[in-house]
Design a protein around this ligand. Structure first.
Ligand SMILES: [Zn+2]
Length: 322
């Protein structure tokens, strides 16, 4: 059952939990994420990044992705564009039937320098003006969340924390439904800094924006066992530390309602595939290896759903009799 981000997060706000947002770049990953949601009775956000897919034809991919999401009709799911970098990215996603888009105008699309506040407001507002009439939710971003965003942009080696006063003005001027706030996380599998979230900053922003849903980006935990498995089977990942579960749960208590988990499920997938290929040296049937990777992704997604408190919440969101 396709939901908008606003619908999904309104329920999360009322229930005091967060909905996990998982990045997928092919149909198998989408199937794994949705299967985890079905098994745990959890709402879910399936998200894709423009230009990041196993398929060359984006229009084809997005149409098929939407069909897969809709086919899980007992799973309340948001189909969300993660980090739209331009008006055009968001317009294409709205045309493709996404129920939510993120416009990340916090950095200039061309120069990748931090945008000034007014340009961020102007572009975000233009997206809201096409999204809302189409019944599509919008997430904006304020401040700079550091790190590498899935290959879309270069490494950003700074975190510019969100300013609560600006956050309030940003939402007032743009009308975004949800806001990604830079509160100490960074993107990717190698994290910047100490990875301590500024919990009081989240609470302060939430107090000023009681009707806006706050989003945590770059919040993968980077499980050590997945990194170790990858490296034991030929990988060369540097040591890194992510955001631990306790901090994410404190963030939820302070008002975070959407938690982006791009990297953890990808680490689980890659670890399973590397271990399998190393062990099963004569298997060539692709579905056997793919099923192993999908299973690993399902398990980590289920684990995150338990940690975020979204398990069992689907029943309240789906029409009776389903
Ligand atoms: Zn992000």
């Amino acid at each position: 059952m396709l939901q908008t981000l606003a619908q999904s997060l309104a329920a999360a706000e009322a229930g005091g939990y967060a909905v996990g947002a998982f990045n997928v770049s092919d149909l198998n990953q989408a199937y794994a994420v949705l299967t985890a949601a079905r098994r745990t009775g959890s709402p879910v956000i399936v998200q894709a990044i423009a230009g990041m897919a196993a398929y060359e034809d984006e229009a084809w991919w997005w149409a098929r992705l939407r069909e897969v999401v809709v086919s899980f009709d007992d799973v309340p799911a948001v189909l969300h564009l993660d980090h739209g970098r331009s008006y055009d990215d968001c317009a294409r996603a709205i045309d493709a039937g996404f129920s939510s888009v993120m416009i990340d105008a916090s950095r200039d699309e061309v120069t990748d320098e931090p945008s000034d506040f007014d340009s961020n407001v102007a572009l975000s507002l233009r997206v809201v003006e096409i999204a809302h009439p189409a019944g599509v939710s919008v997430e904006g971003e304020l401040g700079t969340i550091g790190g590498a965003e899935a290959g879309v942009r270069g490494e950003v080696d700074e975190i510019v924390f969100a300013d609560p006063e600006q956050a309030e003005e940003f939402v007032r001027r743009t009308g975004v439904d949800a806001l990604a706030v830079a509160v100490g996380t960074s993107h990717g599998s190698v994290k910047l800094g100490s990875q301590r979230l500024r919990i009081p900053l989240i609470a302060e922003i939430k107090e000023r924006l009681p009707n806006t849903y706050l989003v945590l980006h770059g919040s993968s935990s980077i499980p050590g066992e997945a990194v170790a498995t990858i490296n034991a089977h030929g990988g060369e990942l540097p040591e890194s530390h992510g955001i631990d579960t306790e901090q994410k749960q404190q963030a939820i208590e302070s008002g975070i309602r959407k938690i982006n988990q791009g990297t953890d499920s990808h680490l689980a997938w890659t670890a399973a595939l590397r271990e399998f290929s190393d062990r099963e040296r004569s298997v060539v049937e692709p579905s056997i290896a793919t099923a192993v990777a999908m299973g690993a992704m399902e398990r980590i997604v289920e684990q995150r759903m338990h940690e975020f408190g979204s398990v069992g919440r689907a029943a309240a969101l789906t029409p009776a009799g389903r």
